[in-house]
Design a protein around this ligand. Structure first.
Ligand code: 13P
Length: 250
């Protein structure tokens, strides 16, 4: 059975103190049977990691470089994240794909480098509203998944999570309906089967992200191919986030 995962992407929010408090509340309220991950901004990884020590909540980062080290000003390597006790890292979030023009050629190397460093990579994929309206959803998802996995061998897939985050649903309050999300997740899983085979595809967690709240999470997580969520805004509110976590329990 695939694990249930709920990850909070704090984006460029919190202060060191509010990050510590938020981590504390999440650690105290986590639900057994659900893998909970929080992804604070880089500067607070250590402070949050200290709070989470001894708890069941895992630490994640929001991005990484694809090189192990070197002259890459402003970048953080996967090895550094592992050294900070991170277990997860997001790769290819739409705010980086679209906002910072990170291309598919780059993302496949980030995924491979993250896994090589011992992290679990959360590869984010998803169509824009324009692509949805042009009925290009499957084409876009197939491309995002294929290119993201291009530098990865099948034996590394145990350290890959996919997050379907339709760009039009991120931070807009326009959550995908459970049917829309399930359709996309089923397509992604089917596409994965053609790349890595049935067993591996069926074992790969696929999370939904985009305007998930404590009120809509349960209906989304009830869908057969939705294995949890990647949460933005609601992950900054402990009560709401913990309600989402509880909704992910089988
Ligand atoms: P919201 O939950 O704020 O829509 O953000 C989703 C997201 O981008 C998580 O990575």
């Amino acid at each position: 059975m695939r694990p249930r995962i709920v990850a909070g992407n704090w984006k460029m929010n919190t202060t060191r103190e509010t990050a510590r408090q938020l981590a504390q509340e999440v650690a105290q309220g986590a639900t057994a049977g659900v893998t909970v991950v929080v992804c604070p901004p880089y500067p607070y990884l250590e402070a949050v990691g200290t709070v989470l020590k001894g708890s069941s909540v895992a630490l994640g980062a929001q991005d990484c470089h694809y090189q192990e080290k070197g002259a890459y000003t402003g970048s953080v390597s996967p090895a550094m994240l592992a050294d900070m006790c991170c277990a997860y890292v997001l790769v290819g979030h739409s705010e980086r794909r679209h906002g910072l023009q990170e291309g598919e050629g780059l993302l496949q190397f980030k995924v491979a480098a993250a896994i090589k460093a011992g992290l679990t990579a959360v590869l984010c994929v998803g169509e824009t509203l324009e692509e949805r309206e042009a009925k290009r959803i499957e084409q876009v998802l197939a491309r995002h998944v294929s290119s993201g996995l291009a530098a990865l061998s099948a034996d590394k897939m145990g350290r890959l999570v996919i997050a379907y985050e339709p760009v039009w649903a991120i931070g807009t309050g326009k959550v995908a309906t459970p049917e829309q999300a399930q359709e996309a997740h089923a397509f992604i899983r089917g596409h994965l089967r053609t790349i890595v085979g049935h067993a591996v595809a069926d074992a790969t967690p696929i999370l939904y992200g985009g305007s998930v709240t404590g009120d809509n999470a349960a209906n989304l997580f009830a869908q057969p191919d939705i294995d949890g969520g990647l949460i933005g805004g609601a992950s900054l509110k402990p009560t709401d986030f913990l309600k989402i976590v509880a909704a992910a329990k089988r």
